[in-house]
Design a protein. Structure first.
Lengths: 290, 210
């Protein structure tokens, strides 16, 4: 257990000075806005937000249309230290034009088939993933000369046969249960209340919108949406109790027949260990004949 | 003067002399400066860095698009150029979209650069003054500017006209929308006007909260 060191008497006033300084700065730094009881700028996010407005100075020079909400009721954030609270998150994600064309195009797609390879450590396995509306998916993987792994989600439920390479059966089931043919942006259009905005978070190289949604089978997932292209770049799948099950990171998005699809998916355990990497050589987009 | 009082003063003075960069690197929270309505501190910081390329951003710390702009510039400018002392940045957070001072800290993390100072300006007058400078008919925020090494803030109130600017607002020219790569290339052009030899940084020396 950590023991606090004794401090000499002569040092005590010096430390007291160090402690006092931030308090004096609060007073000095804002001539026309004296510090209130809750000194701000000290770190953790406080939805009440810093000092109270003083003398009507707060936002007094900002036109009403740029203020939105003074009580921060529209701010979204979770308790994750990395999250940045943002205003009107759902509206920004839904209404931004960054992905509209692709979303509209995806609505006309009936099936998407992925052909590639799953890499697990030094092993590799031929892989096919077939997806179809509404939320059907089947995974086929050749795991040996005469063995294969099959998993599917359909109207009849989830079926898993064989051993999924890299992932455990529970993780594979969670993946299937949470599969969405449509993107969250399309889902947001249908039912924005199904998503809880969690603010933004910086991932390597990009800032993402964070959204949480409940999925079938009692799962929950946190989606990280690329704030430029609207691509899902990370999904954290959790149990109903909030235990992290799997991290999924689709990337290498490319445009295929008017929609954006990932050509790579990495799977990690909650502690960050890489479990498997899927790489797709070919993606086939199928639309119903008109 | 008693020894106690002397020690108190020394302790206070020692902390005040700590360099801004050290604070930023060691503390989980990026320090920021609280501006009053006169913007006098910002003006002083701006003019203290004449001879350098200065970037001045007006952002809302809870505006996702503004945050994305900061993130993009971190990738295109700051992560590539490092802590080039010829380049100084002022990020002014204004109270748009319900933002409060408490929102400055989390947003400030998006730019990691030793010569960048974050400010909270509670009235939002910064955007109004920039609106006057730009001669546009809407409040100016989510606004990204570059000033060349010769720029001086000489007016008592109004900042100088930017040498280059981009934005992410509706109603301003579409061709001037923030493009971090274009912005970074422009920063390079201005940096080319200054000798590459590093000089002792004159970062904004202000009353910093952390």
């Amino acid at each position: 257990m950590f023991k606090s060191p004794r401090i000499s008497k002569s040092l005590n006033p010096v430390l007291a000075g160090l402690v006092l300084l931030p308090l004096t700065q609060v007073a000095l730094s804002s001539a026309d806005t004296p510090a209130a009881d809750n000194p701000a700028g000290t770190g953790s996010y406080d939805p009440a937000g810093g000092r109270a407005p003083v003398d009507g100075a707060y936002a007094s020079e900002v036109p009403p249309e740029a203020i939105d909400s003074q009580d921060q009721t529209t701010l979204a954030a979770d308790k994750d230290e990395q999250s940045i609270p943002v205003a009107e998150e759902i509206d920004f994600v839904r209404d931004n034009s960054f992905r509209k064309t692709f979303e509209e195009s995806l609505k006309t797609v009936a099936k998407i088939d992925y052909y590639g390879t799953r890499y697990v450590d030094c092993e590799q396995y031929p892989l096919e993933i077939h997806t179809a509306r509404p939320n059907q998916v089947s995974v086929l993987m050749k795991t040996g000369d005469s063995s294969r792994f099959e998993a599917s989600k359909s109207n009849q439920g989830i079926r898993v046969r064989g051993t999924p390479q890299g992932l455990g059966v529970a993780e594979q089931r969670a993946l299937l249960a949470t599969f969405d043919f449509d993107t969250p942006i399309i889902e947001l259009e249908k039912n924005s209340h199904a998503f809880k905005p969690l603010g933004m978070e910086k991932l390597p190289g990009m800032l993402t919108w964070k959204l949480e949604s409940a999925r079938s089978g009692g799962y929950r997932q946190i989606l990280y949406v690329d704030s430029h292209h609207g691509d899902i770049v990370k999904v954290s799948i959790m149990s109903a109790q909030g235990a992290h099950i799997l991290e999924v990171a689709p990337h290498d998005y490319r445009e295929v027949d008017g929609i954006r699809v990932p050509f790579a998916i990495d799977y990690r355990s909650p502690d960050g260990t890489v479990l498997a990497n899927d790489r797709f050589e070919r993606v086939a987009v199928n639309r119903p004949r008109s | 003067m008693s020894k106690y009082l002397m020690s108190l003063i020394i302790g206070t003075a020692l902390l005040a002399l700590m360099p801004l960069g050290a604070l930023a690197a060691d503390a989980p929270q990026i320090p920021y400066v609280v501006l009053d309505k006169s913007l006098s501190q910002l003006r002083a910081d701006f003019n203290a860095n004449v001879g350098k390329v200065r970037m001045l951003y007006i952002v809302g710390p809870t505006c996702g698009i503004c945050l994305r702009g900061m993130s993009d510039l971190q990738e295109a400018v700051y992560s590539k150029k490092g802590d080039d002392p010829r380049m100084v940045t002022f990020v002014i957070h204004v109270p748009t979209l319900g933002a409060r001072e408490a929102n400055v800290g989390p947003a400030s993390r998006l730019i990691s650069n030793r010569h960048t100072t974050q400010y909270w300006e509670e009235t939002g007058i910064t955007g109004k003054l920039m609106q006057q400078v730009m001669g546009v008919d809407k409040y100016v925020w989510d606004f990204w500017t570059i000033y060349g090494p010769k720029a001086v803030w000489s007016d008592e109130r109004l900042p100088p006209l930017p040498d280059f600017w981009q934005h992410q607002l509706n109603g301003l020219p579409a061709e001037k929308k923030l493009d971090a790569n274009v912005f970074a290339a422009k920063v390079d052009e201005f940096l080319a006007q200054i000798p590459a030899a590093p000089s002792p940084g004159t970062t904004a020396a202000a009353t910093v909260k952390f």
